[in-house]
Design a protein around this ligand. Structure first.
Ligand code: HEM
Length: 407
């Protein structure tokens, strides 16, 4: 454990490091990839380019440092990151490498301000934080490997079927090449896909939520083809999956992971709110509930730009026809003429507080939401304003976790 003196040094230097956080983590990654280019096979290059990962790592280290004398207070956050690490194949031997370059980057960026005492304190703190991660990840690796149908690292899966769900979303049904069983999962969890693209030196790893219920002979992921926009380049891996990966091809998957999961002990009603491709974990939760908790009332709310971008509409409507406990609502912000003519949607515009309260039968429910960050901020604000307790609000970010506070 760290002594009081070290804890004081850490706490007094967190604000300084926060100011230089982006510079430190940028330098850290440059150093890391120069001396360990093989780690480019693990890290998401697109997140790197957009600076998203830099911010996530810096924030996590500082958050951990602030709580350095009571790390157990941030166990939920550590667990969420540890799920991601386990899914990516991060191993204990990686930690000293990351530590060395993080410390090296702090020294370079702070210059003379980084005294021996400060560097020593941070080296010790990093050791404590790393040990917390390594311990939790070791348990996760063990559970994953011992679970029926589970496996370590990456396993070959064949694309059994490719099904177009909307103009931009396609589902991939994946079955293990070895023909053996596959691990069950909690609805809401994701898998990592490791992809080699011909002609490229490094592999790419991406996470995709599982979009069907567990206990099927396949895993289903539903991937949005990310086209280029003003602030984002085209999705390298999603475009490759859509355009080049064919039925019969092999994808490498790590076992299901993630802590954004449906609470199946809870018998109260559930409200599932999604925006765009954020519907994938929600459909997994929905399919699971109609199979396993058929008496549990579900309100399924999906926001899309218009009908052509609305995935899985048919299958959810089909469920709603046969399950009276399920109500489904569609909100389009740019409905097409056809949408308008056919009354395809229940609301035009965005989800707001009044509409939400008019369609959700009770606020004594579990609320789950997923979608683009601005959508999530809006939904979170609406739920807070309605007085939904934090313990009933569950959400998941795509990509590195971010903040739900209004900007
Ligand atoms: C993701 C923190 C060590 C590799 C993350 C995230 C955080 C984080 C906050 C983002 C989680 C999310 O997406 O929600 C930390 C901390 C570490 C640490 C505090 C040390 C104590 C490591 C090590 C490796 C590693 C040793 C392996 C070389 C990754 C990768 C991702 C990730 C590859 C996903 C990033 C991406 O692909 O964009 N980590 N991490 N991390 N971490 Fe770590």
């Amino acid at each position: 454990m760290l002594n009081e003196q070290t804890i004081q040094v850490i706490k007094s230097t967190v604000p300084v490091l926060e100011i230089h956080g982006t510079a430190i983590t940028k330098r850290f990654y440059e150093r890391l990839f120069t001396s360990h280019p093989e780690l480019l096979n693990i890290f998401n290059h697109a997140n790197q380019k957009q600076g998203r990962q830099q911010a996530a790592l810096a924030n996590a280290v500082y958050a951990a440092a602030v709580h350095i004398d009571k790390l157990e207070a941030i166990i939920p956050v550590v667990k969420q990151i540890a799920h991601k690490h386990r899914s990516l194949g991060v191993r204990p031997e990686h930690y000293p490498i990351v530590g060395e370059h993080l410390l090296g980057a702090i020294k370079e960026v702070l210059g003379d301000a980084a005294t021996e005492e400060i560097l020593q304190a941070w080296a010790e703190a990093y050791g404590v934080i790393a040990d917390a991660f390594i311990g939790i990840e070791a348990q996760m690796y063990e559970q994953t490997e011992q679970q029926l149908g589970g496996w370590a690292d990456f396993r070959a899966f064949k694309v059994d079927r490719k099904v177009k769900e909307s103009d931009v979303i396609t589902s991939f049904y994946l079955i293990p090449e070895d023909g053996k069983s596959i691990a069950s999962f909690e609805p809401g969890q994701y898998i990592s896909v490791r992809m080699s693209i011909p002609g490229e030196p490094n592999t790419h790893i991406r996470q995709y939520s599982l979009s069907d219920s567990p206990e099927k002979p396949y895993y289903r992921i539903s991937v949005k083809q990310e086209v280029e926009t003003r602030d984002k380049p085209a999705g390298h891996v999603s475009n490759y999956l859509h355009q080049e990966v064919k039925e019969g091809d092999v994808l490498w998957l790590s076992a299901p992971a993630g802590d954004f999961v449906l609470d199946q002990q809870d018998e109260r009603p559930v409200v599932l709110i999604s925006g765009g491709v954020g519907l994938t974990p929600m459909v997994s939760m929905l399919n699971t509930m109609v199979e396993k908790q058929p008496h549990r009332p579900v309100t399924f709310i999906h926001a899309a730009q218009h009908g052509k971008l609305h995935a899985m509409r048919e299958s959810v409507e089909q469920l709603a026809r046969i399950h009276p406990q399920l109500s489904a609502y569609w909100c389009y912000n740019q409905p097409t003429d056809l949408d308008k003519e056919t009354n395809a949607h229940h609301r035009e515009g965005y989800i707001d507080s009044k509409w939400l309260q008019s369609i959700v039968p009770t606020r004594d429910a579990g609320f789950y939401f997923c979608g683009p960050t601005p959508f999530m901020r809006a939904v979170n604000g609406i739920l807070k304003e309605w007085g939904i307790p934090q313990s009933d609000i569950h959400f998941e970010f795509f990509g590195p976790a971010s903040s739900l506070e209004p900007v």
